[in-house]
Ligand binder design. Structure first.
Ligand SMILES: [Zn+2]
Length: 115
């Protein structure tokens, strides 16, 4: 969560954070960090993006864009596999899901595309 928003007034990218405030050094505009956070579209607070940079949400369907080996088995999730009803989780593998014929597994969002 080191990404600070650009200044809403002048668009400066040099925003810094001071407690609950974001401050723009260029035009001295100050605004609430909490208000900015409340505008995030993802209710869980998790920001998970697919390979194209689209935001993913709980319940979305995605398509796997790369053959993925399933840990601890010889199974492979083939490219083009559709995965329904994903659940976003924290961590390196940030998508929790169930895949037909394989079962519960975790995916990296960088290897899927929103269906
Ligand atoms: Zn500014």
């Amino acid at each position: 969560m080191n990404e600070l928003p650009n200044c809403p007034k002048c668009g400066s990218t040099y925003t810094y954070q001071d407690g609950e405030l974001y401050i723009c050094p260029e035009c001295s505009h100050e605004w609430s960090a909490q208000a900015a956070a409340a505008e995030e579209p993802v209710e869980t607070g998790l920001v998970v993006k697919d390979a194209n940079g689209n935001l993913l949400q709980d319940g979305d369907a995605v398509t796997v864009i790369k053959d993925l080996k399933v840990k601890g088995s010889s199974a492979v999730v083939k490219v083009g596999t559709k995965v329904r009803n994903i659940r976003l989780v924290e961590g390196d593998h940030n998508i929790d899901c169930r895949i037909d014929g394989i079962g519960d597994m975790k995916l990296k969002s960088e290897f899927v595309r929103k269906a």
